[in-house]
Write a protein that binds this ligand. Structure first.
Ligand SMILES: [Zn+2]
Ligand SMILES: [Zn+2]
Length: 169
């Protein structure tokens, strides 16, 4: 005599099982085995739909759609401002500020000269002193025109943009 097949694992089903499902190891009758398979297969379509949704989402995922983009954009604007401010400061310190001294000296010399012209009282010492002062100022002006700057390219520290995405490890 053949041994009796175990009962179907589905509650209230009184039919004997005809097979054991490989995925869940349950003994099932033919009807319930079919129902079980249909239920599993029915889950495939929603998964396929989800894949399409994800693909669509990724396709439309641009930097601008990310919340961090605004922060990065703000960082860019601030960085440009910092570079501009540094440039302005260097322009002032290297060129504008250095013009002040020779300009002040020239004003003083011109006042002296005006007085001498008005009084028509020039001496040899006056002329020698004025010529000497003018030569020194000429050297200062030439120096201003030939200022050398050694510039190195600006290197951005990538660590200044810290990614904090815990799911991206
Ligand atoms: Zn199963
Ligand atoms: Zn059954």
């Amino acid at each position: 005599m053949a041994t009796q097949a175990p009962a179907c694992a589905i509650k209230k089903c009184e039919t004997s099982s005809c097979a054991t499902c490989h995925c869940c190891k349950k003994n099932l009758c033919l009807d319930h085995l079919k129902e079980h398979k249909d239920q599993l297969n029915a889950q495939l379509v929603p998964l396929a739909n989800q894949i399409n949704t994800f693909l669509d989402g990724l396709e439309h995922c641009t930097p601008a759609s990310s919340s961090s983009f605004k922060e990065l954009e703000q960082w860019r604007i601030e960085a440009h401002k910092t570079v501009d401010q540094f440039y302005e400061r260097m322009c002032y310190e290297l060129f504008e500020e250095r013009k002040n001294k020779p300009m002040e000296k020239l004003t003083t010399i011109r006042n002296t000269l005006d007085t001498l012209i008005r009084k028509q009282g020039a001496t040899h010492e006056n002329i020698d002193s004025l010529v000497n002062d003018m030569q020194l100022i000429e050297q200062e002006i030439n120096g201003l025109k030939n200022i050398q700057v050694n510039l190195r390219p600006l290197v951005i520290d990538v660590n200044s943009v810290i990614q904090s995405n815990s799911s991206n490890r």
